[in-house]
Design a protein around this ligand. Sequence first.
Ligand code: TYD
Length: 136
Amino acid sequence: MSNYELINFKTLGDERGSLIAIEEGYNAPFDIKRVYYIFDTKEGVIRGYHAHINLKQIAIVVKGSCTFILDNGKQREEITLNSPNKGLLIEGLIWREMYDFSDDCVLVVIANELYDESDYIRDYQSFISKVNNAKN
Ligand code: TYD
């Protein structure tokens, strides 16, 4: 499926341990404008349920694990994130849901735009219409 990819971060480290830096053009293929993180997610919770019109994001589980459902309107795929060495780059029209958060999960998201509710598509049927219009 297009519109997402796993990035294997270049890891800096020495005998003291590991360090990963993310800058625009280094481990992130876009200008970074916002960082947020999700933690203390309660058992059984499913987050997301939306797509974005223009936003690009990299999701990194720096601690614990959680699973992303990625839906491009034709196919649904699941990807479990459980390593601080990997980033899930999501761009374009992708409906996402996140679930199965471990108690200790810390999900960091790096984005190329500031928070803008008008960039969200929160209705699944509207998402499907957008996908179909984009093809025509
Ligand atoms: P939302 O993006 O729906 O969360 P998720 O996709 O993880 O389920 O955001 C939840 C709430 O937080 C919503 O009211 C918008 C607000 N919010 C901000 O104010 N700034 C942000 O950067 C983000 C991501 C959300």
